[in-house]
Design a binder for this molecule. Structure first.
Ligand code: V47
Length: 354
C-alpha cells in the first residue's frame, strides 16, 4: 500500500513513513491533512479570548533560542509583584479574557510561594477564570531549586488553582539537539513524565514543538511520535502546537530558517501523525497571522487566541507584542473561509460566529 493510501485508510505511520510524508508535494499533503481536519471539525476554527502574562524574565537556565530571558543581550530584568499580576489579570478579565496563560522564566530569586501565591490570589478573586500555567520546564525548575518532588509541585498547583498546563518547554525531544539548545533544562524524559503525572491527576495539557532551527525533519517526526506514545497511555493532551523558531536577539546562529512551505508541511504532517491529539494549533504569534490562516487548510483547526500581550516570541522578532483585537481576529477567520468558534481552554464551544 502506498503512503497516500495508508493515510487515507487511517493507518498509523511509523518514523520512516512520517519522514517520507515530507517528500510528498505540498498540495497532496495539504489535501490529506484537510480531509482529516474536515472530517473532525468541518469548517470550524477555534480560538479563545486569552491573556498571556509573563511574570518574570529572570532565568537560571540558558536556552540558546531564547530572547526573552534577561541576559547580556537583554539586560532589563523584571519581576512582577503579586499585586501587579493581579492588576493585569483584573484588567484583562474585565475586558473579557477567560483564560490567563501564565509563563515565567526560571527565577532563582523567587520561592515556590511566589508562584503558588500568585495563583491563589487570582483564584480567590476570579473563581471562574481558567488558569493555564506552569510549563513542565517550570515544574522541573522548582523541584530542582526548592527541593520538592514533581508530585508535590503538581499537587500544589492544583490546590492553588491551576487548571491546565501549557505546552512550553518541549522544544525538540531529540537528546542531541536538546543538549545544544537548552542544556541543563528539563530533559525530554522528564518533560513527558511531568505531563503524564499531570494527566494521571485527571488534568489536561498541551504540547509544543519548537522547529525551524538546527533540527532535521527526522527529529520533528521523532518528537511527534514520543507525544503520540504518551497520548496513547493518558489521552491528556488537548492540542499540539508547532512553534516556528524566531531568530532575533538570541544566541543561536546558522539555523535552517524554514520556508512557508516547510511550515505548512509540518502542520499537515502533525495532523496526519498525531491521530490521537484532537487539536492542531497554528499559533499565529510564531507563524504570522497570514500563514496561520492558510494553515487552516493544512490541518490546523485552532489559532490560539487574542493574546493581548506577548513577550516571549516578540522578544525574538515576532509581531505579536500587542496581541490582536477580537473583531479583527474574527473577521480574518471569516474572510479566510472558516467559521470562527470561540472555545474555552478545554475546547468546549462557547460561541459560533456564523
Ligand atoms: O517553550 C522561546 C518558545 C515557548 C522562542 O500551551 C520560542 O497553548 C519561537 O509554550 N522562537 C513558550 N519560540 C510558549 C508556549 C506556548 C505558546 C502558545 C500556546 C501555548 C499553549 C504554549 O516559547 C517555549 C519555547 O519553545 N520560544 N523562544 C523563539 N526564539
Amino acid at each position: 500500500m502506498d503512503l497516500v493510501e495508508k493515510v487515507r485508510s487511517k493507518l498509523r505511520l511509523n518514523q520512516e513513513e512520517g519522514e517520507a510524508l515530507y517528500d510528498l508535494d505540498l498540495y497532496t499533503l495539504g489535501e490529506l491533512a484537510d480531509e482529516i481536519r474536515t472530517e473532525k471539525f468541518g469548517k470550524k476554527s477555534y480560538f479563545n479570548i486569552n491573556r498571556h502574562i509573563n511574570p518574570t524574565n529572570v532565568c537560571a537556565d540558558v536556552c540558546k533560542f531564547c530572547a526573552y530571558s534577561a541576559t547580556r543581550k537583554n539586560p532589563n530584568q523584571y519581576t512582577l509583584s503579586h499585586e501587579q499580576i493581579l492588576e493585569i489579570a483584573t484588567n484583562s478579565i474585565e475586558k473579557g479574557a477567560k483564560e490567563l496563560h501564565i509563563v515565567s522564566a526560571h527565577n532563582p530569586k523567587d520561592g515556590v510561594d511566589w508562584y503558588m501565591g500568585a495563583f491563589r490570589k487570582i483564584r480567590a478573586k476570579f473563581p471562574d477564570v481558567h488558569i493555564k500555567s506552569m510549563t513542565a520546564a517550570e515544574v522541573d525548575f522548582i523541584t530542582r531549586e526548592y527541593g520538592h518532588s514533581y508530585d508535590e509541585v503538581l499537587d500544589m498547583m492544583i490546590e492553588n488553582g491551576v487548571d491546565s498546563m501549557p505546552g512550553g518547554g518541549a522544544e525538540i525531544f531529540d537528546e542531541g539537539v536538546r543538549e545544544y539548545l537548552c542544556k541543563g533544562k528539563v530533559t525530554s524524559e522528564q518533560w513527558l513524565d511531568i505531563h503524564e503525572k499531570w494527566h494521571n491527576r485527571g488534568k489536561e495539557s498541551n504540547a509544543t514543538m519548537l522547529f525551524g532551527h538546527i533540527e532535521t525533519r527526522a527529529h520533528r517526526i521523532d518528537h511527534m511520535i514520543r507525544l503520540r506514545n504518551l497520548q496513547d497511555r493518558t489521552g491528556g493532551f488537548n492540542a499540539f502546537i508547532p512553534l516556528v523558531y524566531q531568530k532575533e536577539n538570541n544566541y543561536m546562529k546558522n539555523c535552517n530558517f524554514p520556508s512557508g512551505q516547510e511550515v505548512l508541511k509540518t502542520y499537515a504532517i502533525a495532523r496526519i501523525m498525531l491521530d490521537n491529539i484532537p487539536n492542531i494549533k497554528a499559533y499565529w504569534a510564531t507563524s504570522t497571522i497570514n500563514l496561520a490562516l492558510i494553515a487552516q487548510e493544512f490541518g490546523a483547526n485552532d489559532l490560539d487566541g487574542t493574546i493581548e500581550k506577548e513577550a516571549i516570541q516578540s522578544a525574538a522578532g515576532a509581531a505579536s507584542a500587542n496581541g490582536m483585537e477580537l473583531d479583527d481576529f474574527i473577521d480574518l477567520i471569516k474572510n479566510s473561509g472558516f467559521t470562527p468558534v470561540e472555545r474555552d481552554s478545554l475546547y468546549n464551544e462557547l460561541k459560533v460566529y456564523a
